[in-house]
Ligand binder design. Structure first.
Ligand code: GCO
Length: 263
């Protein structure tokens, strides 16, 4: 029974921004649970093809679609293509995101708007068009990749925190509006993970590295694979009565005020 609860055989999962990093790790988890993977990338066909080869090398059933999740015309076209070429989308993981680290007083409005567009508007665009099929079928799972910045601010990531805070509330509103169609919308809030996005504040003895390790009860950075369990849970039958929740996979950092560095 337990295994059936977490079984994704026969399901199709669309994961945005899944050519690398956390998106790829979550997609691998869903694939290993049996899902057919539809991987979105936006940067280059070569990068997308390379990622699909990596999925296939893991014996996972994966297809790649290159499109910009902030471009509604392209989103509509590609969702139609996916539904025609692969099948109905059962699970949507809105993972694609960017970050720009600049003090707010120095940040160009255009940079602020770009972060909001990718990290907050694109999950709305993607969900608005994928949910139409889910409403028709009276079932579906949407997972928005939030952040611990959905709860806390930090110097230089103001635009990102605003977007991820908004994504937390958008997740709750999607849950409110679509719950009646047996669609569960939830979020995953990663803490600090060892990825290309955090490399600049992690490598070369950067003081932030020590700070995070001290501040996180688990005493380490997250590894992308640490997100697979939450992604599988929120994609399967096991979470059919879970709606509007953000699961923080953060090693406990949000649970604690931390301790004095000399302790
Ligand atoms: C930063 C980090 C964070 C993490 C993650 C935390 O500069 O503070 O990049 O934003 O990426 O989002 O949940």
């Amino acid at each position: 029974m337990a295994l059936k609860l977490f079984d994704l055989k026969g399901k199709i999962a669309l994961v945005t921004g899944a050519t690398h990093g956390l998106g790829q790790a979550m997609a691998i988890g869903l694939g290993r649970a049996g899902a057919t993977l539809v991987i979105n990338g936006a940067s280059s066909q070569a990068k997308l093809d390379n990622a699909i080869a990596e999925y296939k090398a893991l014996d996972l059933n994966a297809y790649g679609y290159l499109f910009d999740v902030t471009d509604e015309v392209s989103v509509i076209k590609n969702i139609k293509r996916i539904e025609h070429e692969i099948g109905d989308i059962d699970i949507l993981v809105n993972n694609a995101g960017i970050i720009k680290r600049t003090p707010l007083e120095d940040m160009d409005v255009s940079d602020f708007e770009q972060v909001i567009k990718v990290d907050l508007v694109s999950p709305f665009i993607m969900s608005k068009h994928v949910v139409k099929g889910m409403i028709k079928r009276k079932k579906g799972k949407i997972i928005n990749i939030c952040s611990m910045m959905s709860e806390l601010g930090r110097d230089t990531v103001g635009a990102y925190a605003a977007a991820k805070g908004g994504l937390k509330m958008l997740t709750r509103n999607m849950a409110t509006e679509w719950g009646k169609y047996n669609i569960q919308v939830n979020g995953i809030g990663p803490g600090y993970f060892a990825t290309s996005q955090t490399a600049p504040v992690r490598v070369g003895g950067h003081p932030f590295n020590e700070f995070i390790i001290d501040r996180t009860p688990a005493g380490r950075w997250g590894e992308p694979e640490d997100l697979q369990g939450a992604a599988i849970f929120l994609s399967t039958k096991a979470s059919d009565f879970v709606n509007g929740q953000i699961i923080y996979v953060d090693g406990g950092i949000l649970a604690t005020i931390g301790k004095p560095s000399n302790e």
